[in-house]
Write a protein that binds this ligand. Structure first.
Ligand SMILES: *Cc1c(COP(=O)(O)O)cnc(C)c1O
Length: 417
């Protein structure tokens, strides 16, 4: 029996400031902090690891680019052979700019207008529809001239955190499997060609049993659609953030899912492709946010380390209460002491309470780990701060892939007085 679908590689907790031969301190000095740094090698390693776990079936990974939409990062994934999952027309345009072919892009929006879907059809990307009203309008416009994938909601509760559960009964995502008859009526009436079935039950699946239960419901639903070419099981691949987070054997999980998929394909009568849409799994661990210590502030209860960043640059600790490991890379031999690391935003933007770090001095560079996913892409200009620069490490060198913002960026859409 499968126990858990925490899929991740060992945590990198060591205080190393060298990544693929590149010094992070050099980056901090030349590009300055705060700066997001992504390592191409880590992205490639995780991509291949996931692919290999599903050896023996036709598997395809579509990078869920909302995790990190820098076109250089997207382009690296394309070079690895990945497809792409986009949740907005703007992400579709970014993907095309990054070099993806339209047929390698799956557009999976939620609650968008038919007009936005028209734009995606115009670009020739694959369309994933997640509600009956839009499916009806789509059928009316396009009939069987444009294939669609249908996003189903199997009502599987993924994980215990309602912030990131998208498959349960109250979820706004997907077409309920209990609406199958209505769905089929629309498909038949408009002669819609459904070529894929999709589910994405959330970002925090704790239990592989849950995952497979969802898969079984999709297999059952598939009997109603004769022209499928793929099944898309979404994501749900968790990564370890904290030392000691559960790790599981991705190979064992992959084997079980693959085996079940092969037997499904036999009964369906055709060899389908199995698609996944990992975001976090591919880029989280590959990224870190480098920040500089502005202030050490001793209070009656703790020692605060105040850094030149905050919830405006990395929202996950504030929004999801997420743990991000933090290390002092500029004083790796310093004695371990307890600190609370906070940002410079006028909010309680705590990156980490009571953390053991090598002694932190004003000016020290800290690395906030596992920041490649939902880091920059969720950043804002709150407090009228500039968003950080981004850097990619590849082949033992680093290059700037996004300039830091300037005052012009803050004022450019404001109408002159
Ligand atoms: C966000 C999202 C993903 C990626 O989730 P991760 O937890 O980052 O792997 C996949 N598919 C869809 C439809 C999404 O919205």
């Amino acid at each position: 029996m499968l126990k858990s679908i925490y899929i991740c590689s060992p945590m990198k907790n060591e205080v190393s400031e060298i990544v693929d031969g590149v010094s992070l301190l050099d980056i901090a000095e030349q590009v300055e902090c705060p700066v997001y740094v992504y390592n191409q090698k880590d992205i490639a390693k995780n991509y291949h690891k996931l692919l290999k776990a599903f050896d023996g079936i036709k598997v395809r990974l579509n990078y869920a680019c909302k995790a990190c939409t820098n076109i250089h990062v997207m382009s690296e994934l394309k070079k690895l052979g990945s497809g792409l999952d986009a949740v907005s027309i703007q992400e579709v345009w970014l993907a095309l700019k990054a070099g993806f072919e339209p047929q390698d892009i799956l557009y999976t929006p939620n609650c968008v207008s038919i007009e936005e879907i028209d734009l995606a059809v115009k670009e020739g990307v694959r369309i994933n529809i997640d509600n009956l009203s839009i499916l009806e309008q789509f059928g009316n416009r396009y009939g069987n001239t444009v294939n669609v994938c249908v996003r189903l909601n199997p009502h599987i509760m993924a994980g215990g955190n309602s912030h990131i559960s998208v498959g349960h009964i109250d979820s706004k995502f997907g077409i309920s499997i209990y609406q199958m008859r209505h769905l089929l009526r629309i498909v038949e009436n408009y002669n819609i060609n459904v070529d894929g079935l999709h589910m994405h039950t959330g970002s925090d699946i704790l239990d592989a049993e849950v995952f497979l239960r969802g898969a079984e419901l999709l297999f059952e639903a598939a009997e109603n659609f004769k022209d499928l070419t793929f099944m898309d099981f979404g994501s749900g691949f968790k990564v370890a953030y904290k030392p000691g987070d559960i790790e599981i054997d991705i190979e064992a999980i992959g084997k079980k899912i693959s085996k079940r998929f092969v037997s499904f394909c036999k009964s369906y009568g055709r060899e389908l492709e199995l698609w996944f849409e990992p975001g976090k799994y591919l880029v989280s661990e590959a990224g870190q946010l480098l920040v500089k210590t502005n202030v050490i502030k001793q209070t009656t209860s703790t020692v605060f380390v105040g850094v030149d960043s905050g919830q405006n640059h990395l929202l996950r600790p504030k929004m999801y209460d997420a743990y991000h490991h933090i290390v002092n890379i500029s004083n790796p031999k310093g004695e371990k002491r307890i600190y609370s690391i906070v940002g410079y935003i006028c909010e309680n933007d705590t990156f980490g309470w009571d953390r053991q770090l090598n002694e932190v001095r004003e000016g020290d560079i800290l690395s906030i780990r596992n920041a490649g996913a939902y880091g920059f892409s969720m950043s804002s200009n709150y407090n009228s701060r500039y968003r950080p620069a981004e850097v990619l490490i590849k082949d033992g060198k680093f290059k700037l892939i996004r300039k830091r913002e300037t005052f012009d960026d803050l004022i450019k859409n404001q109408i002159d007085l």
